[in-house]
Design a binder for this molecule. Structure first.
Ligand SMILES: [Zn+2]
Length: 303
């Protein structure tokens, strides 16, 4: 009887957590995506005033979470040439935060690009879904792990210049602060805040089938619906293996999971705004991705 009371008490204590409580701070998440996609940040084109504001914002957040970094002021600077514009970009910047693991020095890199297309003429390409959504998710997930120490070391990266050919991701893997072989998994988020069918994809298990059972276990019955796919080489443009920054890790033989939605009508248009995201979908997606990372952080130790 005593045991039952204890059991009941445990259920009552757990209930608010499972029913109402979430691991991420939803209000903060929505404030963050709103700010990152606001007019003040003018579409976050590399080296623009808006991009510099985004950098400061992310750095301040990493600092407030007391994260360490392998780079001074959380910043990995890099240069690249944009052939289309015939221009060299100097001091583009990835923002890198670090949480050491409790059980292994092996790493999971959790990342999203923060750059977008900037201003073109009178138009601002706000890039709320692409990819203020992934960037704010990096902040939310980092906040969780700064309070709940992971087994693997986690590197959190807001990448620059994805839209100009994965330049930030290229710089990161080329000048990685550890042996790149210590990276056991790359998690990339790019466009995770809306979908009319309530679906989001986990891309990459075609290349790393051993990750699929754990992801299936966590995602079954959850919102949004998690689908696998978009990773088979025979499917041409439907294969998203090279669609975003995770491609640079894939090229080095590192397993990746890329989370993203199907393209929508506002994709790469000025109408990709905060008003057009789906707040519930987005918060649920970030919560789901976090739970998958928690499970893989533990599960990869045993695999
Ligand atoms: Zn993107």
């Amino acid at each position: 009887m005593k045991k039952n009371i204890k059991f009941l008490a445990t259920i009552l204590i757990m209930m608010p957590i499972t029913l109402f409580g979430q691991k991420i701070n939803k209000e903060q998440l929505l404030n963050d995506i709103q700010y990152l996609s606001s007019e003040a940040l003018e579409g976050r084109k590399p080296l623009s005033e808006g991009s510099l504001k985004a950098r400061s914002f992310i750095k301040e957040r990493f600092a407030s979470l007391k994260m360490s970094s392998q780079y001074p002021d959380y910043t990995q600077y890099f240069d690249f040439q944009n052939r289309r514009e015939g221009k060299v970009y100097e001091n583009a910047a990835n923002i890198v935060g670090f949480i050491p693991g409790s059980e292994t020095d092996n790493l999971i890199v959790v990342m999203a690009h923060y750059d977008h297309l900037g201003r073109q003429g009178n138009n601002i390409f706000f890039g709320a879904d692409d990819n203020a959504s992934g960037t704010a998710a990096v902040l939310a997930i980092a906040a969780y792990f700064s309070e709940n120490r992971p087994s693997h070391s986690l590197m959190f990266v807001a990448l620059d210049a994805e839209e100009m050919g994965h330049q930030g991701a290229k710089a990161l893997v080329e000048d990685f602060p550890f042996s790149i072989n210590q990276v056991v998994l790359n998690i990339n988020m790019d466009m995770i805040s809306r979908n009319a069918d309530n679906e989001i994809y986990a891309v990459g298990t075609y290349h790393s089938p051993s990750l699929k059972p754990l992801i299936t276990e966590v995602s079954t019955g959850r919102n949004p619906t998690l689908l696998f796919g978009h990773d088979e080489p025979s499917t041409g443009r439907n294969d998203w293996t090279r669609a975003s920054d995770h491609a640079q890790f894939h090229d080095r033989g590192i397993p990746f999971i890329y989370f993203g939605v199907e393209d929508h009508d506002d994709y790469h248009k000025p109408s990709d705004t905060f008003e057009n995201i789906q707040p519930e979908f987005y918060a649920d997606a970030v919560e789901l991705i976090l739970d998958i990372i928690i499970a893989l952080d533990k599960g990869l130790i045993e695999l």
